[in-house]
Every structure is written in C-alpha cells, then in structure tokens.
Design a protein around this ligand. Structure first.
Ligand SMILES: Cc1cc2nc3c(=O)[nH]c(=O)nc-3n(C[C@H](O)[C@H](O)[C@H](O)COP(=O)(O)OP(=O)(O)OC[C@H]3O[C@@H](n4cnc5c(N)ncnc54)[C@H](O)[C@@H]3O)c2cc1C
Ligand code: FES
Ligand code: FES
Length: 465
C-alpha cells in the first residue's frame, strides 16, 4: 500500500506505484484543480507541493505531478490547489494574481498558485527575482508574463516579514495556508515506512523526470521500486578535500547546500540552468548519469571533476571512474541490477577554476545544444591540472581526454590554445539535429572553450588568441 496525506485526508492506495501522481489526484481522488497540459514536465499546469519532514523540520517543495511516480508520495503530504483553499477566501497569492490581472483563461493558474505558494513557504530571502524563478517552470499561453511578474512582486512583498523560524505558522496566521497544516508533521509520523519487496523490481525509479517522460506506459505496468526507499543514503558529505554525494541527491539538494556552494562560487548559477524549480526538486544526480543523455548537464560537470562512482549490487560494491561509465549512445558499463550509491570527487583547490557553460535555444527550461565544463589548476604559470568535458558533441557526455592530457603541464599561451583547438576538433563527432548543425556545434564548443579560459585570465585572454 502507498499511504500519504492528500491535502487534509489520509489516503492509502494499492494503485500501481508507477502511476503518475497527477492521474491519481484527478481520477482517483477526483480533485480536478491540477491540470493536464504537456505531461512532460514542461508547462507546470500540474504543479503540486510535496511536504516531508527533513532533519525534524517540515519542508515543502513544488513538483510537476505528471512526472511524480505515486510510489514517491508514500509518507508525504501532497498539497493540491484544493488543499490551500479551505478558508473559502482567496489566499494572498491568489489575491495578487487577481489584483494584477495575472490570469485570463485560468488553465495555468492553479500551477502558478502552487509554485508561488511553494516559494512563500520555502524562500529564506524572499525577493521578486526569487518569486519569478519559482515559476520558471510554469507556462501561460494567454495572459502575458508582465502581469504575472507584477503579481510576483506583490507576493514577494507579502512574505517579506515571514518568521523564518516558524514559517508554516506565520503563513497560516496570514491566510496563505489553512490551519490543518500544523497537524501534518504529527500525522506523517504515524505512517509506517514502506517495506521493500523481496522480489527484484523491473525498474528502479528516482525522480522520474526521465523515465516518466520516456516510458510512462511501461513504468505504469512494471513492478518499480523507488531509489529513495532503498539503501541509498540521502546526503552530501564535504570533507577538507573531497565531496561525496548520494545517488539519490536531487539537483536542488545541491543548490541548497551552503557548504558545497562555498567551494564552488558559481555553482548556483550553473545549476539554475538545469531545468526548472519543480524538476530540480525531483531530478537526481544518479538519474542524470544513468539516463546517459549526450547533453546531461550533471554528467558533463562531474566528468570535468573526475567523479568516481560507487556502485552496489546487494552486498557487492565496486568503483569506477565516471569517465568509464559511458560506452556508446545510451550504452553504459553498469548492469541492470546495479545501483549508483555514491558519487565522489575532489573539491577544487584554491588555485583551481571550475567553470560550466551551456548554450540552449532559451536560457531556462531547455536542454543544451552544447554544454561544457572545465577544471584547471595553475601553479607559477604552468597548468598543473586540466580536465575538459562536453555534451552535444558525441553520442554520450564526453571527457576530452587527448585535449586535457595535452594541456596539462603547458603554459597558457597562443601555441597551447591553437593546438588545443585542433585536438578538440579531432576528439568530437557532433551530428546535425534540431539543436544545430554539426558545424555549428563544432564552432560552439570552441567558443565555449574560449569562454572557459576567459574565466581564468579575464581580458588578458584576448592576447592569447
Ligand atoms: C522538463 C524537463 C527539463 C529537463 N531539463 C534538463 C536540463 O536542463 N539538464 C539536464 O541535464 N537534464 C534535464 N532534464 C532531464 C532530467 O531531469 C535529468 O536527467 C534528471 O537528473 C534525471 O533524474 P531522475 O531522478 O528524475 O531520473 P529517473 O527518471 O528516475 O531515472 C532515470 C534513469 O536512472 C536510473 N536510476 C535512477 N537512480 C539510479 C541509481 N541510484 N542507480 C542506478 N540507476 C538509477 C533509472 O532506473 C532510469 O533508468 C529535464 C527533464 C525534464 C522533464
Ligand atoms: S502537465 Fe505539463 S508539466 Fe505536468
Ligand atoms: S491564463 Fe490562460 S494559459 Fe495562463
């Protein structure tokens, strides 16, 4: 049985674990507020909030319910638009939308309201910009975004004085949430953790943001197990020089980890280029690696960081460099029953620069035409370490081994850069597709390589090309 609290009500269901939460909400629970738009995580019309107790604190995040497998709802609080509307009057979020004429046909509006409400609950330093970022995964086809931006400004203002120590109670007192939210933590504790079946699952699912898009019908029928239920510690461990991330860590877990951000000054900017708030709230790092998309952003970043994978299969454990995981288009050096438990990499030293560049047709909620990451260490003018990776230029995320080996040990000068361009050209094999011609992608990677180097030497770089 899968048990969770849906708005105010405890539900237990034996429905298929791979059913989408959206279908459950609309067709089993008869709550039609969450809308069916794209069913691919792109439009945000189906956005709901998921609440769970993290380190003793009740936390809520927005997710697209069309991609959220029912099994992942177990033990959680699922909040739909109906669940914030128990006061019989508009919440300040809804009022801001009405006051600013930020809705017309209304189809997208429940999704916007839920994303904004998620922002009101979870934001630590609420600002108009952050409110707008919270709805980056919501599309409106008819209103126009300026009025939605004005609503975002009002919403950010309304939570300026939120009590950060007890946000839920503050939001209840100010009419954002109904009173029943105070009882949720105690009620969630009554739900027994899910037992893991002894039978081998057909498929492991994590966030579902790849599987629920690519194979929704077979996932619905298969016996699936959640990566969050099995033996995958959900943590980010930072020691002096290494970082270890569990496979089930989400992109937003990384974004919220201050320790990690302090070691990668621009990591938040890079991660904000990955999908949108509700997708980042679901998408895991291991899922990104195993999906083996040639343009997977996390795969490209972790290749440059020379990440090592700890892979488990029952009692057996083995380790492989990420560089050896990808063997061909969607081909991996990992067996069906093996799991990525941990991802470990060395943290950049003080003389190192890590940089990530991504070019896509639009800045947010788009996958890359070409993406690339670089790690460089320079000592007394000599490049002591160099790693370059790229996506969109080969059948899988590529570590440019020859180029990287060549540059390490050299001075950063005109000759080195000219030879590196030649080697990049030799190592890549882009194809023409809707994201650009092969020639364009070749040119793009070389331009992005220049952008990497510019990050290291600033405008001096122009003297080197
Ligand atoms: C709207 C949208 C936008 C997106 N934008 C981006 C983007 O900008 N950049 C980007 O890189 N990606 C993007 N993605 C792709 C996706 O979000 C990522 O690849 C994500 O990291 C996948 O993780 P998941 O947990 O959702 O994977 P799932 O779909 O749950 O699983 C993917 C695969 O990984 C396997 N798996 C999961 N966990 C493990 C484990 N621990 N061990 C072994 N196998 C495992 C599953 O069996 C499955 O084969 C986007 C997706 C959507 C829907
Ligand atoms: S229906 Fe479009 S994101 Fe879910
Ligand atoms: S109000 Fe019509 S789609 Fe947004």
């Amino acid at each position: 049985m899968i048990s969770f609290i849906l708005n105010e009500k405890l539900v237990s269901t034996s429905n298929n674990p791979g059913m989408s939460l959206l279908d459950f909400i609309r067709y089993e629970a008869n709550l039609p507020g969450a809308k069916i738009g794209c069913r691919e995580g792109d439009c945000g019309a189906c956005t709901v909030l998921i609440g769970e107790i993290n380190d003793g604190i009740m936390a809520y995040r927005s997710v697209t319910s069309c991609l959220f497998p029912l099994i992942n709802a177990h033990g959680k609080h699922v909040v739909t638009i109906e669940g914030i509307n128990l006061n019989n009057k508009l919440t300040p979020v809804q009022q801001a939308i009405a006051d600013n004429a930020a809705t017309q046909c209304g189809f997208c509006t429940p999704g916007f309201v839920m994303s904004f409400t998620g922002f009101c609950i979870s934001s630590k330093e609420p600002s108009t910009q952050k409110a707008i970022e919270a709805v980056a995964g919501n599309i409106c086809r008819c209103t126009g975004y300026k009025s939605i931006e004005r609503a975002a400004k009002d919403i950010a203002k309304a939570v300026q004085n939120k009590d950060l120590n007890d946000p839920i109670n503050w939001l209840i007192q100010h009419g954002f949430l109904p009173k029943y939210f105070t009882e949720i933590p105690e009620r969630l504790k009554q739900i027994q953790p899910q037992t893991i079946s002894e039978k081998k699952p057909d498929k492991i699912i994590a966030g579902g943001t790849d599987l629920m898009v690519q194979q929704p019908d077979s996932i619905y029928r298969q016996k699936i197990e959640s990566a969050f239920n099995i033996n995958l510690p959900h943590e980010i461990i930072i020691s002096n020089c290494t970082c270890t991330i569990s496979g089930a860590t989400t992109v937003n877990d990384l974004l919220k980890n201050d320790k990690l951000l302090s070691r990668f000054p621009e990591l938040d900017n890079y991660l904000m280029l990955v999908s949108s708030e509700p997708i980042r709230n679901m998408a895991t790092i291991a899922g990104n690696l195993i999906n083996a998309s040639p343009i997977g952003d996390l795969s490209v970043m972790l290749l440059a960081l020379n990440a090592q994978l700890t892979i488990i299969n029952g009692d057996k454990t083995r380790q492989i460099p990420l560089n050896k995981l990808f063997t061909g288009y969607k081909q991996l050096a990992i067996e069906h029953e093996e799991l990525i438990q941990l991802i470990t990499f060395e943290l950049p030293k003080s003389n190192a620069t890590f940089n990530f560049e991504k070019v896509s047709k639009r800045k947010h909620l788009d996958i890359a035409s070409v993406n690339t990451a670089m790690l460089i260490e320079i000592d007394n003018g000599i490049i002591t370490k160099f790693r370059l990776s790229a996506g969109g230029v080969a059948p899988f995320p590529l570590y440019l081994e020859k180029t990287s080996k060549y540059i390490a040990g050299k001075h950063l000068d005109k000759g080195t850069i000219a030879k590196a361009f030649e080697l990049i050209d030799e190592e890549i094999s882009p194809i023409s597709d809707i994201r650009g011609t092969a020639e364009y992608k070749r040119l793009l990677l070389k331009q992005l390589f220049k952008a990497h180097l510019q990050k290291v030497v600033g405008d001096e770089f122009y003297k080197l090309i």
